[in-house]
Design a binder for this molecule. Structure first.
Ligand code: ADP
Length: 462
């Protein structure tokens, strides 16, 4: 392709996918090209695997929606620029730039808010010169090519939502059902433990009561700590089926592993009380020293609701607790005791990029743990903008869409204690008087196409 070069951004078309105009960014740091899609669902058979997906070709106009389907040529682990690895479908389709047409491989990924719906990787540009200082070297295309689609009338469709829970009657489950139904969606409750998984075929399935479950538009995972491992497998299976999962399996797993979560938060410079971890009994002394000596808070890694959290007032008590934990082969972290918090912490309820509710919990007189299950009380609280930013960032770096982020106010600013991937709604809805269930359902509606264009598109996908 002599004298044919592209700039760092170019217009292109993917004619066989029905995408006549896209703005793409060249990214020679990436091998394969990527297209940002949503509702990515496999179909077809193991011999002839296909994938269908939706694309919003115009970044700032989600009203324009195109549904595409293509044969799957591969599934590949791709690490994106933010370091997250994901298994993606790979399709092969012709690209047209400046009147030239050639076949390229494209991976499909669901990432919100990317200005460029398409990244052109190295392999797509093998014989083409890239001029990284120039943009739009090839003729411009126009988004008006989508005008016809935008003119079709939109109709709202009910979503089919499943809540993965072992507790159909608890407050959080009931509220989510209530709000989803108020928004005219169909909700089913699925007992995580009774799901079994067909992980063999191209068409992965979740079975329940002897039958494969139907395709859900969205899953709300409410996975209790005791079922993390299996719950993650079930969520992962729904992800493989192309279902939108409000929190993904990896993020649930990472946030449950307090040590991993602390490491990730630290990596992203999110403030947290000084925390240390060790395995061998020899290190007890220096471990306690690392977190500033007594008093020290010692936490079992699998603790929830404050049950495995101990305050060691003296060095001797600290050593005794550590030796007891080690005798039980239990993993734990040691943390500086934040005395000035006076037994209070802040629960921030994050949905997407917003804190949608918050409360301050205070321990009963004879405790330092503020968990409501441990007898604490709660009151309404206004968070500072810094606290909101910390909560939102914590959820984001752990990859959680819905998270309960616990902060503790220290003399050097608010710091993160832990991030919960299935936060309860009861306390925070009642105390903050916010309709958090509705925020969760609206968030799902924004991220799963809940309206469709009449005519062609309807028959194509649903
Ligand atoms: P869990 O996951 O079991 O709830 P947390 O780490 O949230 O464990 O700790 C439970 C409670 O103990 C917190 O809500 C907080 O009130 C108190 N707490 C935890 N860590 C500290 C600390 N470093 N200093 C003071 N209080 C703490």
């Amino acid at each position: 392709m002599d004298n044919f070069s592209v700039g760092w951004e170019e217009w292109l078309a993917l004619p066989e996918l029905g995408l006549p105009a896209l703005k793409a960014k060249t990214d020679t740091g990436a091998r394969t090209s990527a297209l940002h899609a949503f509702a990515i669902q496999p179909f077809g058979s193991d011999d002839k695997p296909f994938v269908r997906f939706g694309v919003h070709p115009v970044a700032d106009n989600p009203d324009i929606e195109v549904y595409c389907s293509a044969p799957v040529v591969d599934k590949r682990e791709i690490t994106s620029s933010n370091g997250q690895t994901e298994l993606r479908y790979v399709i092969n389709t012709p690209v047209v730039i400046g009147g030239r047409k050639w076949d390229i491989e494209i991976t499909l990924t669901n990432r919100e808010n990317m200005t460029y719906r398409m990244l052109l990787g190295r392999t797509a540009l093998e014989e083409i010169a890239v001029q990284p200082m120039e943009s739009f070297l090839q003729p411009e295309l126009t988004f008006s090519l989508y005008d016809k689609i935008a003119k079709r009338k939109r109709i709202k469709r009910p979503l089919r939502i499943a809540i993965l829970t072992r507790e159909p009657n608890n407050y959080s489950t009931k509220r989510l059902v209530e709000e989803a139904e108020l928004h005219n969606h169909v909700v089913e409750l699925i007992d995580t433990k009774r799901c079994y998984l067909n992980i063999q075929s191209h068409n992965p399935e979740v079975h329940y009561d002897g039958k494969p479950l139907p395709h859900y538009d969205a899953i709300i995972p409410r996975i209790g700590a005791s079922l993390t491992f299996y719950g993650m497998a079930v969520v992962r299976q729904f992800e493989a089926m192309g279902t939108y999962c409000l929190n993904n399996a990896n993020s649930i797993g990472t946030s449950r592993d307090k040590l991993a979560a602390h490491q990730i938060l630290a990596l992203h410079r999110i403030p947290m009380p000084t925390t240390a971890f060790a395995n061998s009994p020899k290190d007890t002394n220096s471990l306690l020293g690392l977190v500033g000596g007594a008093p020290t808070v010692l936490k079992l890694l699998q603790s929830t609701q404050g049950r495995g959290v101990v305050l060691a007032e003296t060095k001797k008590a600290g050593e005794a607790v550590i030796s007891a934990f080690q005798g039980l082969d239990a993993n734990f972290i040691a943390q500086e005791f934040v005395k000035e918090a006076a037994g209070s912490d802040l629960r921030c309820f994050v949905v997407g990029k917003r804190v949608v509710g918050a409360m301050m919990r205070t321990a009963s007189d004879d405790d330092f743990r503020s968990n409501l299950h441990a007898g604490g009380t709660a009151k309404n609280i206004t968070l500072t903008s810094e606290e909101k930013a910390i909560a939102i960032k914590s959820a984001r770096v752990l990859g959680l869409t819905v998270a309960g982020v616990d902060l503790i106010r220290t003399s050097t600013g608010s710091k993160v204690l832990e991030v919960n991937s299935s936060p309860g709604l009861e306390g925070v809805e009642k105390i903050s008087k916010k309709n958090i269930a509705a925020k969760i359902i609206s968030y799902i509606e924004k991220n799963v196409p809940s309206t469709i264009r009449q005519s062609k598109i309807k028959s194509k996908i649903y």
